[in-house]
Design a protein around this ligand. Structure first.
Ligand SMILES: [Zn+2]
Length: 232
């Protein structure tokens, strides 16, 4: 009986196919990086399975500071591996921080594009804002399309998932040094119709009254972001 029980419990772990164990650990990782690190300490098998790209791709960034107070090589290596595994939140953070602080602009844009392609709404929003600031007809249209797409999918108005709020919060944590954002505020709507002149929307509750003009709606987003820039 004792042997039978012992055999059953041993078989339980060993018989779990690697793909299943990997999916279990990926779900653990997506909820909490701390739980993932604890799981990795359990046994060699957990450790090895946790080293796969899909775990780094899905691990939650919640416990990591967006702008760390001090440099930690171990954390830096971990985050780099997350970005190499195309973790969308890790790419978004790196893209926004680097772009707005005027470091490695090209690779920062690549990070944001990669994250946006994988469906990361915050990254799509940040890209939309950047494209509009970069200007030129094509990029401006591209930026407006991104922001309008988010508006249509109602993502801009979802309270728990708010790209505008997240970008504003992130910008307040960093020194925005990119000269692009020192230029005059870009305008999307060139029409002469009455523009909405009320204060910029600050959170989901304030935007019940939507602009019917898509370009005006983009101008409102630009205004909301400019209001979060320290020197504006
Ligand atoms: Zn308009």
């Amino acid at each position: 009986m004792a042997n039978e029980q012992k055999g059953r419990s041993t078989t339980c772990i060993l018989s779990l196919p690697t793909e299943v164990l990997s999916e279990v650990l990926a779900r653990v990782a997506s909820c909490s990086s701390t739980d993932l690190f604890r799981a990795k300490l359990c046994c060699k098998l957990f450790y090895e399975v946790s080293e796969a790209d899909n775990i780094y791709h899905r691990v939650s960034m919640d416990k990591f500071e967006i702008v760390p107070w001090s440099k930690n090589d171990q954390v830096s290596r971990f985050l780099k591996k997350c970005r190499e595994s195309k973790n969308p939140e890790a790419l978004y953070r790196k893209g926004v921080v680097d772009y707005f602080t005027d470091k490695h602009e090209d690779s920062a844009l690549e990070c944001l594009e990669e994250a946006a392609i994988s469906g990361h709404a915050d990254a799509a929003y940040a890209l939309g804002i950047i494209y509009i600031f970069l200007g030129g007809d094509e990029l401006k249209r591209k930026g407006m399309r991104l922001l309008s797409g988010l508006k249509k999918s109602r993502i801009l108005y979802a309270k728990q998932f708010h790209p505008r709020h997240n970008l504003r919060a992130l910008l307040r944590m960093i020194w925005v040094k990119n000269p692009l954002f020192l230029k005059p505020t870009p305008i999307c709507c060139a029409m002469t119709h009455e523009r909405k002149t009320s204060s910029w929307p600050m959170d989901a509750d304030d935007v019940e009254e939507e602009s019917t003009c898509e370009a005006c709606a983009c101008d409102e987003e630009i205004g909301a972001i400019c209001a979060a820039l320290p020197y504006r």
